[in-house]
Design a protein around this ligand. Structure first.
Ligand SMILES: Cc1ncc(COP(=O)(O)O)c(C=O)c1O
Length: 372
């Protein structure tokens, strides 16, 4: 049967996540030391679980308004008003992935271009392809900084969107205030939509996460999430905050696709907003310090300031980062080759969202392999 005629051309542009392929290989390893996980190792706080169960029992099992539960949206409106002085429109999304999809659907016509830094979160490249757009990744090695000249050189008359991600996946880098100002200035100057993915904003260790929201308010949509902060990635909760002209169009597409974010998860997120996660932040800051101390003698890397990733250079004695990650896998340690997040296969991603024991075991193996 000739299925190629039946499948849309975009299926050929979009690839299965390379992380999944690597996980499948890793599934064959006994007792692995897993430094690849992209989510917190802690569970949802008890009051948040209780709130989800109570919401189900109270009958909050039906559709909510497409834009989200009014109480939750109001909390966000108030929070952002306090932080920026602005009245932002809010859409409660099915995870940040939902927000990314809707933002791109609402802004990109086929052939339009989206600019973002390389390395990037894997979905950026694939989602831009899914909407028929052209991804324009801008290399940011070796320090992963947002270099305004390099970014501006990638902007053409077809560019619609500039995407930033701070703290970043896979680098853990938090953008500086001048970098965020430069991104906002480029969005204003070239009349672009600035999509700011701030999913890790509550996991910042060396200071607050700078946001472009108030710097280019008419151009910026901030995508925030709850999954990583509260250990509820499976509940699919996020939000988009931005100017009414854009949030309204995203809400229109939301009505016909996701319809609404999960109702009980929205109710429980209200409880989550009253839960203190600063203990987790402190734990992860200590894990960041630990992983940096253990890697420093053998690896070159930028010290991360947020999220739970570090992105070191693979030892040059290996032909590629993939070859290094395969050697590591053979020793039972799972790390992800940088080629999955980048046009270059020279670095690898470690997630330190795991036990200190795993961090010690994994770094010991990686350091030993680096000496080969
Ligand atoms: C930078 C970044 N953006 C978005 C997402 C997707 O988040 P969600 O699970 O809320 O869809 C992730 C998940 O790993 C991420 O790392």
């Amino acid at each position: 049967m000739d299925t190629s005629r039946l499948l849309a051309g975009r299926t050929r542009k979009v690839e299965f996540s390379g992380i999944r392929k690597f996980f499948d290989m890793a599934a064959r390893i006994k007792n692995p030391c897993d430094l690849s996980i992209g989510l917190p190792d802690y569970d949802a706080p008890e009051p948040v679980k209780d709130a989800a169960i109570a919401a189900i029992r109270a009958g909050k099992n039906r559709y909510t308004p497409s834009s989200g539960m009014p109480e939750l949206r109001q909390r966000l409106v108030d929070q952002l008003k306090r932080a920026t002085g602005l009245d932002r429109s809010i859409l409660i999304t099915s995870g940040v992935s939902g927000g990314l999809t809707l933002a791109l659907l609402a802004t990109m016509d086929p052939g339009d271009e989206a600019v973002f830094l390389d390395p990037y979160f894997v979905s950026y490249l694939q989602l831009v392809h899914m909407v028929g757009g052209v991804p324009r990744p801008v290399p940011s090695y070796p320090d992963f900084a947002f270099n305004p000249e390099r970014v501006e050189a990638a902007i053409t008359p077809r560019t619609k969107v500039l995407m930033i991600n701070t703290p970043g996946n896979p680098t853990g880098r938090v953008m500086t205030q001048p970098e965020v100002e430069a991104a906002a200035a480029l969005a204003r100057k070239h009349n672009l939509v600035l999509i700011a993915d701030e999913i890790y904003d509550k996991l910042c260790y060396d200071g607050p996460n700078p946001s472009p929201m108030a710097l280019a308010p008419d151009h910026t949509v901030v995508l925030g999430g709850y999954g990583k902060t509260y250990g509820i990635t499976g509940w699919r909760m996020g939000y988009a905050a931005g100017p009414a002209w854009l949030i309204e169009e995203m809400t229109k597409f939301h009505q016909y696709t996701y319809v609404c974010a999960p109702s009980m998860a929205q109710a429980a997120t209200l409880a989550a907003l009253d839960t203190d996660v600063s203990g987790h932040r402190r734990d992860y800051a200590a894990k960041r310090d630990l992983v940096c101390r253990l890697l420093a003698p053998r690896f070159a890397f930028e010290r991360p300031s947020g999220g739970f990733y570090v992105f070191p250079e693979a030892p040059r004695s290996y032909p590629s980062a993939t070859a290094f990650c395969e050697a590591s896998l053979a020793e039972g340690v799972i790390v992800i080759p940088g080629g999955i997040f980048s046009g270059r296969d020279t670095h690898f991603r470690i997630s330190y969202a795991t036990t200190d024991e795993n961090i010690h075991r994994g770094c010991e193996v990686l350091s030993r392999l680096a000496q080969r």
